[in-house]
Design a protein around this ligand. Structure first.
Ligand code: LFR
Length: 490
């Protein structure tokens, strides 16, 4: 009998269950079974995720899998990174998990690194400084709760634990904690001591592709579910997205474009030298011994907030076509300025930014959207150049995957500014990477290389090439603008 695979892929704004099978031509066929909303809400003084609701949606999705006629499936779970659940001695969560966008950690990097030089921390972990990394979240954690904590579980590990009763700490996600030691391949004891956490509070570290267990009897009795074997996949969504990127050869970089834009290159050995440190590049651990050398860029979060702030009157594709009617590059914006992490109103914040920097203020929805796309493309191009310099890797291609890979205007501007070919798609790379790790574990697919070739043959990809003599000098002016801004703010 042919194996059937289900990917549970939950991002900050939505979750989905995707069903995957290989057909007789070795093509991966993907079908959406269930989709649901996600988001954090203020509760008990903090922005929190409703984790019970997410688990309930997964079980509902699985009943749909059974109703579609599948009696037996494999399942993998991936979600966003860095956030965690504290689990007490009785095996139950002590509180709903706090979102990484909660503002409890705004001062944590400077507080924690006052006697622990940043350079030293980077040497140990190779992880970029983002104030929401688990290290800083745990530093700010309620000490009473932490004292009662038997296990600290990352979000997808916790979901796997609730479904199967088995708990592990999967490395692609655990590395985003900024608490793993790059050399030892284990949690770093000095860092744990600093935040009052003990190694025994984590379940054992496992690689992506490890079998976890079957769904507990308790759930099997309460829901009409297929027989389900859970495999611990690359549980960090970005790790799954990179697995699901159909890069060919050596000279490609990836851009996983969703709520965040994660731009970088897959490496076989980490790069944590001075240039990587100064440019705040990260070395997150990947599947099959790889590293995701990347930078977090604010990404489509900005567009998601704008859509909301405009009263949800326009769809994302309407916003993109409206932007395409406008002239690009009318103002420069540092899209990674922390002020855009969780502004009260994104439209106001962008307008204020332009006013403060004495630039033309975008007013209409289409002017605002073209300002965002222009500056995302500029930021991407700037990072492609940096990647090339830091790694000396002669990039020729940028593979853009995820929802943002559908925005043709953005793909074209990025290709032209960065002077690389852009291969766009698949937009469901994360779910595809999730099932690919399952398929490699069951032996249906030989390895990552073969899997990526299958992805290239299974999904339609769109190609963009740089337009010559277009936008000349703009990237340089943008780079000067960024330098000027960082001097002003220093
Ligand atoms: C993308 C992502 C990024 C991570 C951010 C916060 O969904 O997982 O990789 O930095 O969310 O967890």
């Amino acid at each position: 009998m042919k194996n059937v695979y289900v990917a549970v892929d939950i991002g900050a704004s939505s979750g989905r269950l995707m069903l995957a099978e290989c057909d007789e031509n070795e093509h991966i066929k993907l079908k959406e079974i269930h989709r649901f909303k996600n988001g954090f809400k203020k509760n008990d003084g903090h922005d929190r995720w409703n984790i019970d609701y997410l688990i309930h949606e997964i079980l509902t999705g699985l009943t749909k899998v059974k109703a579609t006629g599948y009696q037996q499936v494999y399942l993998g779970i991936d979600t966003w990174a860095v956030d965690y659940v504290l689990v007490g001695e009785d095996g139950h969560k002590l509180a709903d998990p706090i979102s990484y966008r909660d503002n409890r950690t705004v001062h944590a990097i400077s507080d924690l690194t006052s006697d622990l030089p940043k350079n030293y921390l980077y040497q140990k972990t190779g992880i970029q400084f983002l104030d929401f990394n688990t290290l800083y979240q745990l530093y700010e954690e309620n000490q009473d709760l932490l004292g009662k904590t038997d296990k600290i579980m990352m979000i997808p590990d916790y979901i796997g634990y609730v479904l199967t009763g088995q708990s592990v700490t999967e490395v692609t996600n655990a590395s985003t904690t900024q608490m793993l030691n790059l050399r030892a391949g284990l949690f770093d004891e000095d860092l744990l001591k600093k935040i009052n956490v003990h190694d025994s509070q984590f379940s054992k570290l496992v690689e992506a592709g490890t079998y976890l267990g079957t769904i507990s009897d308790h759930w099997m009795k309460s829901f009409d579910l297929p027989a389900t074997k859970v495999i611990t996949v690359a549980t960090h969504d970005t790790a799954s997205a990179v697995v699901g990127t159909p890069g060919v050869g050596e000279n490609w970089a990836f851009l996983s474009s969703g709520t965040w834009s994660l731009l970088g290159k897959e490496l076989n050995t980490p790069e944590n030298g001075q240039a990587a440190f100064e440019n705040n590049y990260t070395n997150e651990w990947g599947a099959y011994g790889t590293y995701r050398f990347l930078k977090n860029i604010m990404g489509l979060w900005i567009a998601q907030c704008i859509k909301r702030d405009l009263g949800n009157c326009y769809s994302f594709s309407e916003l993109a076509s409206m932007a395409a009617q406008e002239k690009p590059f009318q103002q420069f914006i540092d899209i990674n300025d922390p002020r855009f992490i969780k502004p009260f109103n994104m439209v106001d914040e962008i307008q204020m930014y332009c006013r403060e920097t004495h630039q033309t203020v975008p007013r209409t929805p289409s002017e605002i959207m073209i300002a965002v796309y222009s500056n995302l493309a500029l930021f991407y191009a700037n990072e492609v150049q940096k990647l090339d310099q830091i790694l000396d890797c002669k990039l020729t291609t940028l593979n853009i995957v995820g929802g943002g890979s559908n925005i043709a205007l953005l793909n074209q501007m990025t290709s032209t500014l960065a002077k690389v070919d852009v291969v766009a798609g698949p937009n469901e790379a994360t779910a595809i990477g999730n099932v690919l790790v399952q398929m490699i574990s069951t032996g249906d697919v030989a390895d990552l290389k073969v899997g990526r070739e299958m992805i290239g043959q299974s999904f339609d990809l769109n190609h963009f090439v740089p337009e010559t003599d277009k936008y000349s000098g703009i990237l340089k002016s943008y780079q000067d603008f960024l330098k000027g801004r960082s001097k002003e703010l220093a």
